[in-house]
Design a protein around this ligand. Structure first.
Ligand SMILES: *[C@@H]1O[C@H](CO)[C@@H](O)[C@H](O)[C@H]1NC(C)=O
Ligand SMILES: [Ca+2]
Ligand SMILES: [Ca+2]
Length: 246
């Protein structure tokens, strides 16, 4: 099954800051990056503050537009493509606009795993491609007591986002991706299987690389994902996202 590819996988504004992927990377490279990024994420990055269990700390969602046709609603682990504008609730000033970044391309990110602030992970669940929402996020699900200096978000700031979702696709840690790598279908990924997968992805992008790069990636993947050290990445180890709770 063809998985639509990402033009870039990092989000600049939310707390998980990764070097920006280039917009015009070749598709294979992008897919590889997503895959590696997913495999490399041992634990979803902590974003903002933990909820202190306060009942008032809810995301308020207002649906502005829903398309008539909705094939696939977003769920945890999906790869989403969206534009969003962020405002401070206090004075309605805009602190973020995804349209002004990355040549105006919408952002790609995996939903529900801490790639964006917690409030957005919650706010974008069950959303249809094409849907627009306006959401109000309390500080506890955003940048908390600290705020976020690089985006000029003050401490204890309630945030408002206007979101337009363009695409919902299976994420890099989907069951489909796992089966694709698991050539002998024994429900665990061996070194050889991942090696094969990497090799194919590398061939697809056609760039010359020192073999040591490949080897290092492989070692890194196992170091970060083979938690019980049995030399295989089990479905459970692969799908780290199932463990974290929203
Ligand atoms: C943020 O809110 C907490 C209480 O929730 C308070 O203790 C703290 O002083 C506030 N910080 C600022 C800078 O207003
Ligand atoms: Ca296998
Ligand atoms: Ca293992």
């Amino acid at each position: 099954m063809a998985v639509p590819r990402s033009p870039g996988s990092s989000l600049d504004m939310p707390v998980t800051l990764r070097p920006g992927a280039e917009a015009k990377m070749r598709l294979g490279v992008v897919a590889l990056c997503l895959f590696l990024q997913a495999l490399a994420l041992l634990t979803p990055q902590a974003c903002g503050q933990e909820t202190d269990g306060a009942a008032a700390d809810e995301v308020k969602t207002e649906v502005l537009y829903v398309p008539e046709q909705c094939q696939q609603k977003s769920k945890k682990g999906d790869l989403l493509n969206a534009h969003y504008d962020g405002y401070l609730a206090s004075d309605k000033s805009k602190f973020y606009c995804s349209r002004r970044q990355n040549d105006g391309h919408p952002k790609w990110f995996v939903l529900g795993v801490g790639q964006v602030i917690k409030g957005l992970d919650i706010a974008m669940m069950n959303m249809c491609p094409g849907e627009k929402r306006r959401v109000i996020i309390p500080p506890s699900l955003a940048y908390g007591h600290q705020g976020y200096e690089p985006a000029k978000i003050p401490p204890n700031a309630t945030l408002i986002f206007e979101i337009e979702l363009y695409a919902v696709t299976k994420g890099p840690r989907s069951v489909e991706a796992f089966s694709q790598i698991d050539l002998d279908s024994d429900k665990k990924l061996s070194r050889d299987e991942i090696n094969d997968y990497l090799k194919k992805e590398f061939e697809r992008d056609g760039k010359k690389r020192d073999p040591s790069v490949h080897e290092n990636i492989l070692v890194d993947i196992f170091k970060k994902n083979d938690h019980d050290g049995d030399g295989f990445i089990s479905a459970k180890e692969y799908n780290v996202y199932q463990h974290d709770e929203l």
